[in-house]
Design a binder for this molecule. Structure first.
Ligand SMILES: Cc1ncc(COP(=O)(O)O)c(C=O)c1O
Length: 316
């Protein structure tokens, strides 16, 4: 019998799919994280961070999980909270779309809206989460930017899956970089199997990974990747190079993936594939694996909405 005890057991073992219909040179396959039950790569770290907190006694039965997140990590924590009976509170800046907030509420998450401000402002969603975590008895804040269970989850699952699914033939691993957990954890496993494997980070234009701390850091529209500080969870030494991709290129590739490959993902998936295509074209004899982090369903009012694109000056 293959009956799972809970939805959490269906996380991971996502498929590798060849991207051949984009008609680009090289040998490119995508690891599609949208087949996770909540639709993204972040469920892997949600389970890992909560497992560790339980083991360390930081989260007890009936406890509360508080995290500043509007996105995929919130959904991941929501799944864990639902299955294990924790109260989940997500603080989100008020610029976050109603769709995203509604999705969290659908899983029973309490959404606390805060004004959209900088991270150091006392009203920011980061500060609000920290305050709630202090005030509520039995509350735990996973903090994906500092929690080493984040990269560890990818060392234990994403990396081995890529190695096994390619029979060890993977030459290059490409992923977008936010907290850096996805790229660093899987890379550590893959480099242990084969030290000469190439690790490539995809980064939105304006983010610290390609601009450097004193570069031209600026806002961009692609969500979930790039940073304006270096999180503790990223291992920069294990990343061989970064490729910068701008919003326009990311959105154009995102739209092409849906129409030409039937792969629905967000702007960050488009960004990662755009970078991976560049690598595959440069190194046509190599097997390039790109991680596509989530589904496009969370972006129907943005990159998949022609009016939104036009309003923001994108012609894709
Ligand atoms: C929506 C989204 N969140 C997060 C990430 C980055 O993952 P990590 O935080 O592990 O670096 C990605 C990667 O492409 C992403 O697209």
């Amino acid at each position: 019998m293959t009956i799972h005890d809970s939805i959490l057991e269906t996380i991971g073992n996502t498929p590798l799919v060849r991207l051949s219909r984009l008609h680009a040179p090289g040998n490119l396959v995508a690891k599609l994280e949208s087949t996770n039950p909540g639709g993204s790569v972040k469920e892997r770290i949600a389970v890992a961070m909560i497992d560790q907190a339980e083991a360390d006694g930081l989260l007890k039965p009936g406890g509360t999980i508080v995290e500043p997140t509007s996105g995929n990590t919130g959904v991941g924590l929501a799944l864990v909270g639902a299955v294990r009976g924790y109260r989940v509170i997500c603080t989100v800046p008020d610029k976050v779309s109603k769709e995203k907030q509604d999705l969290l509420r659908a899983y029973g998450v309490e959404v606390v809206e805060t004004p959209t401000t900088g991270p150091d402002h006392p009203d920011s969603y980061y500060a609000a989460a920290s305050r709630l975590a202090e005030e509520i008895d039995g509350a735990f804040q996973p903090n994906q930017y500092f929690n080493m269970s984040n990269p560890k989850a990818h060392f234990q699952s994403t990396g081995p899956e890529i190695w096994q699914q390619t029979d060890g033939a993977v030459d290059v691993y490409v992923a977008g970089v936010g907290t850096g957990g996805t790229i660093s954890g899987a890379a550590r496993y893959l480099k242990m199997q084969r030290p000469d494997i190439e690790i490539v980070g995809a980064d939105p234009e304006g983010s610290i990974y390609t601009q450097g701390p004193h570069g031209d850091l600026h806002q961009y529209f692609v969500e979930g990747v790039g940073e304006d500080f270096y999180p503790e969870t990223v291992d920069l030494d294990i990343i061989d190079r970064f490729i910068e991709v701008n919003d326009h290129e990311s959105f154009a590739m995102c739209r092409r993936l849906a129409r030409e490959e039937g792969v629905l993902t967000g702007g960050s998936g488009g960004m990662a594939v755009q970078a991976a295509l560049q690598v595959a074209a440069e190194e046509t004899d190599k097997l390039v694996v790109v991680l596509v982090p989530d589904s496009g369903r969370g972006y129907l009012s943005k990159v998949f909405n022609d009016e939104w694109l036009e309003e923001h000056g994108f012609d894709v």
